[in-house]
Design a binder for this molecule. Structure first.
Ligand code: FAD
Length: 393
């Protein structure tokens, strides 16, 4: 590599333009804090990357509080029911009538990302697309740097006062962590074939099916697009699942013969997601701070990842503003602890969902799983508890 060219400098170097990095960028820029986002992908890729869809009420309130909810107010829809289908029948929980009485807002993540990006750019925010952060240096100093590969492979070096790693689990932020940082990892031993179908939702609820063949999930995205999940063997090649096999298996596990056929259409995205947890502790190493999936990967079983990313970005923005504008470092000192309290509660509920939704090989564990599901079906107290955690953070 030739000598690094000077990319520039900013008080906060933000790595990654997902929900975490873009919300952070918007909030810092609005406070007048000089920041830049370094993003590996191009703009078109960001607007096209379909992942999450279920936004918690706290996430919506956060975005509303900062005037960033216009798109989701217009294009999002409220969802407050889920339906469980098992060999013993089906039952529905209207969770917007239980617990705190709140619903999700369904709004595709790529649209949220596009909204946040548009607002950031319109306000004059700086972002370098097609720029991959390779390494973070000097996190034990007040002048950390980021070396990056810009467009056409050009090596660049950026300098800042803080680096906010919002670049996911495999990003440069995590690679810069030293041995004093703990990594809590758990492979839940379950994989999902994650699918997007160009077809309207088949249920007016989130669908969770537990079948001897494994779990199947149904989640609305828009009135024309539906996300489906099929539990599959870890290491499955998605190519082994042609469309006909996917629809046959979804219909079987969701018991379409009993409860009505699925609206079928072309499968436009298929990938295998291993259900894993991976939490970094603490979320700060000197001038490097982690947020979103870079801080904590969570399985999509309870739809918490994007919501945690928004929560962390808001906490981090406030802490950075206190430090940089008012000389008060206490928010940054407590950022990790505050954020991790939410992360671990979400991890716990997510794991509970995994244990609820996947048939167990061990007969004893399987009986316990069924008992858990039965309690959810019959106990109002359990339903209130579920609703509170399902929409809460
Ligand atoms: P990301 O969205 O991953 O953004 C990170 C950004 O960093 C990316 O733009 C990437 O290109 C960039 N980047 C990576 N490496 C570098 C680098 N070295 N240099 C520069 N840039 C880099 N969550 C929910 O809350 N609800 C759901 O319903 C839900 N469903 C999901 C379904 C699926 C199939 C999957 C995979 C995830 C789902 N999630 C869901 C999780 C959610 O999508 C993530 O938790 C969320 O995207 C995390 O946001 P983030 O900003 O931390 O990271």
């Amino acid at each position: 590599m030739t000598e690094d060219q000077n990319g520039g400098s900013a008080q906060v170097l933000i790595l990654g333009a997902g929900p975490a990095g873009l919300l952070l960028g918007n909030l810092l820029h609005r406070e007048g804090i000089d920041c830049v986002i370094l993003e590996r992908a191009g703009r078109a890729t960001l607007a096209d990357r379909a992942r999450a869809g279920y936004l918690a009420p706290d996430t919506v309130r956060t975005l509303q509080r900062h005037g960033l909810a216009e798109g989701l107010s217009r294009g999002g829809s409220s969802h407050g029911s889920c339906e469980f289908r098992t060999e013993d029948g089906r039952f529905r929980l209207d969770y917007d009538q239980l617990g705190r009485g709140e619903a999700h807002t369904v709004y595709p993540q790529q649209q949220l990302v596009a909204d946040l990006l548009d607002t950031y750019l319109a306000a004059g925010g700086r972002i370098a697309f097609d720029t991959e952060a390779l390494a973070v240096h000097g996190t034990d100093t007040d002048a950390p740097t980021v070396t990056a590969r810009a467009a056409e492979g050009r090596p660049v070096r950026w300098q800042g006062r803080y680096v906010a790693a919002c670049d996911g689990r495999h990003g440069a932020g995590r690679r810069a962590l030293g041995p004093t940082v703990r990594h809590h990892r758990r492979d839940h031993g379950v994989s999902w074939l994650a699918l997007l179908a160009e077809a309207p939702p088949s249920l007016d609820a989130v669908g969770y099916a537990v079948h001897p063949h494994g779990f199947a999930g149904h989640m609305a995205r828009t009135d024309r697009i539906t996300r489906y999940y099929l539990q599959c063997e870890p290491g499955t090649d998605p190519a082994a699942w042609p469309q006909e096999r996917i629809w046959a298996e979804l219909s079987l596990r969701l018991q379409a013969d009993r409860y009505g056929p699925l609206h079928q259409g072309p499968i436009t995205q298929r990938g295998v997601v291993a259900l894993e947890s991976d939490v970094v502790e603490p979320l700060r190493q000197g001038s490097l701070l982690l947020a979103g999936d870079a801080a904590s990967l969570i399985s999509p079983s309870a739809a918490k990842g994007a919501n945690l990313a928004v929560l962390a970005a808001e906490l981090l923005a406030a802490a950075l503003a206190d430090d940089l504008l008012r000389g008060d470092p206490s928010g940054l000192d407590h950022y990790s602890e505050r954020c991790l309290a939410h992360i671990w509660r979400a991890q716990e509920f997510s794991r509970w969902m995994i244990r609820l939704l996947h048939p167990e090989r061990d007969p004893f564990q399987e009986r316990l799983r069924r008992a858990r599901l039965d309690s959810l079906r019959t106990s109002r107290a359990d339903q209130d508890w579920f609703a509170q955690h399902y929409v809460g953070l």
